[in-house]
Ligand binder design. Structure first.
Ligand code: ADP
Ligand code: ADP
Ligand code: MG
Length: 447
């Protein structure tokens, strides 16, 4: 097992990894930018190294500086968290060539799966159903028109390097497709440094259901069942839950088997998430694989009782999975609300600034993963996530009630947060009946 690891991230996920390491008896070296120097979780690490100015491109994304910190900190491995360098296969390769463990899959698996178009090709090879769309990247407007006419409108233009809900555009006819194509390619080049675009049929009012997987270096891959992340705004998740309500058991099992099949085809180990959309008829289609730990991993931890970060670290050290597929059962119902420093009343615009006062909820069935407390200043440079509120109860009904109680207990003064929109969603009859899809929030609550 590793003796000392570097946590190449910030915020709640850095704290989450540090906590897991402390329980495993592993020392940690944290990195921070100048903007995060005062973050309290740094005190829980054995050492903290500043890697540069506030801008992520000058600090958390600087491979040379992160590797230098790993050398100075004398670590055996790096945990990349999510976002930043976590899905950068070049970074994983640099770690390998410096003889530093990367807590994630191989650079080869990451490269193949990180590109959404090549992941789609691999999924087809593994006999995993994909959304009807283009065979590979679309090189010209003309080609896009041909594919769209074949699969039928509306279609979705997707950046092959996209992520975080960005790099997608809907086109509902030839005219909008023509104007969208060039824009999408130009935007993708600017945002992701890769202009590659592919086409998918735009599935109307789908649910987003994803499967958590984990594999070891000895060829074992298991799934930890699914999460439903249909409550979204602008293709970004707001609420996640497990199990997925209203999913037929046969579909659940078929999706989970498909996810494991894909991972095995890719020679995948470590934690990963295979994302699908499920249409109104209950057909499921692969959309992408995230080769990292995901923001919403705690809902899976609550229902399965497995600490995913510890498991991820153990398999990265070469240990075999300590459990088999039959050991993994879903118990009860878990829900997570993402608490962001944003103003839902004004288009979810980020609300950085000083949190004057914060009171966190607790009690039976409540977990709050957050790096924030009274007096913390939310920097304007990064993702606006300030915490994740997770509840676990025997039934969905009780989980909703506990979440409502906990959201009302949570007090954040000084910045606007997503708490009010969560309360609105949770009190809506469509959410109670689970009659929701990925467009629910925008259709019903945001007008
Ligand atoms: P999850 O699937 O874990 O819910 P999100 O889509 O919310 O992940 O992304 C988690 C974090 O990673 C966010 O900070 C998001 O902005 C960032 N992220 C994910 N993919 C990319 C990408 N391709 N480019 C830049 N940032 C990304
Ligand atoms: P990202 O890498 O940004 O997470 P995804 O491909 O995972 O992108 O898609 C993000 C969200 O966009 C999905 O959860 C879903 O709401 C929507 N989406 C993606 N593909 C489709 C599609 N073909 N039809 C309808 N909605 C889609
Ligand atoms: Mg996704």
């Amino acid at each position: 097992m590793f003796k000392r690891i570097l946590v190449a991230n910030r915020g709640e996920i850095a704290l989450r990894v540090i906590r897991a390491c402390r329980e495993l008896g592993i020392e940690t070296v944290a990195i921070c930018s100048e903007a995060d120097r005062d973050a309290s979780y740094l005190e829980l690490a054995d050492e903290a190294i500043c890697v540069g100015p506030a801008r992520a491109a000058d600090s958390y994304l600087r491979i040379d500086r992160v590797i230098s910190a790993a050398e100075i900190g004398n670590v055996q491995a790096i945990h990349p968290g999510y976002g930043f360098l976590s899905e950068n296969s070049h970074f994983a390769e640099v770690c390998r060539s410096c003889d530093i463990g990367f807590i994630g899959p191989t650079p080869e698996a990451m490269a193949q799966l990180g590109d959404k178009n090549s992941a789609r090709t691999l999924a087809m090879k593994a006999n995993v159903p994909c959304v009807p769309g283009s065979d590979g990247l679309v090189a010209s407007e003309q080609e896009a028109l041909e594919v769209a006419r074949k699969i039928g409108y509306p279609v979705l233009l997707k950046a092959t390097a996209g992520g975080g809900g960005r790099g997608m555009r809907v086109a509902s006819n030839d005219l909008t497709l023509q104007s969208a194509f060039q824009q999408a390619a130009t935007e993708a080049q600017a945002a992701f440094g890769n202009a590659g675009i592919y086409l998918e049929k735009y599935v109307e009012r789908p649910r987003h259901v994803e499967v958590q997987i984990i594999g070891d270096m000895h060829g074992n891959v298991v799934h930890l069942w699914e999460r439903d992340c249909s409550t979204q705004r602008r293709h970004q998740k707001l609420i996640e839950e497990s199990p997925s309500p209203r999913l037929a058991q046969a579909t659940r099992e078929a999706m989970c088997e498909a996810a494991v099949r894909l991972a095995k085809t890719a020679g995948y180990y470590s934690t990963g998430t295979v994302e699908f959309i499920v249409d109104q008829e209950g057909n499921f289609y692969f959309i992408e694989l995230n080769s990292r730990i995901q923001v919403e991993h705690p809902v899976t931890e609550m229902v399965t009782g497995i600490d995913l970060i510890k498991a991820q670290i153990r398999v990265a050290a070469g240990e075999p999975l300590g459990f088999s597929q039959d050991d993994i059962v879903q118990r009860g119902h878990a829900i997570e609300c993402r608490i962001n420093a944003e103003d839902p009343a004004h288009g979810f615009r980020p609300c950085p600034g000083r949190i004057e006062k914060m009171i966190v909820p607790g009690g039976f069935g409540v977990r709050f993963d957050s790096h924030v407390s009274s007096g913390y200043v939310v920097p304007p440079h990064y993702d606006s996530l300030i915490g994740k509120l997770i509840v676990h109860q025997p039934t969905r009904r009780e989980a909703i009630e506990t979440m409502q109680r906990a959201l009302k207990e949570l007090r954040v003064e000084g910045v606007k947060t997503t708490v009010p929109i969560h309360l609105e969603i949770l009190s809506h009859s469509a959410f109670h009946d689970s009659q929701i899809d990925t467009t629910f929030v925008e259709r019903t609550l945001l007008g």
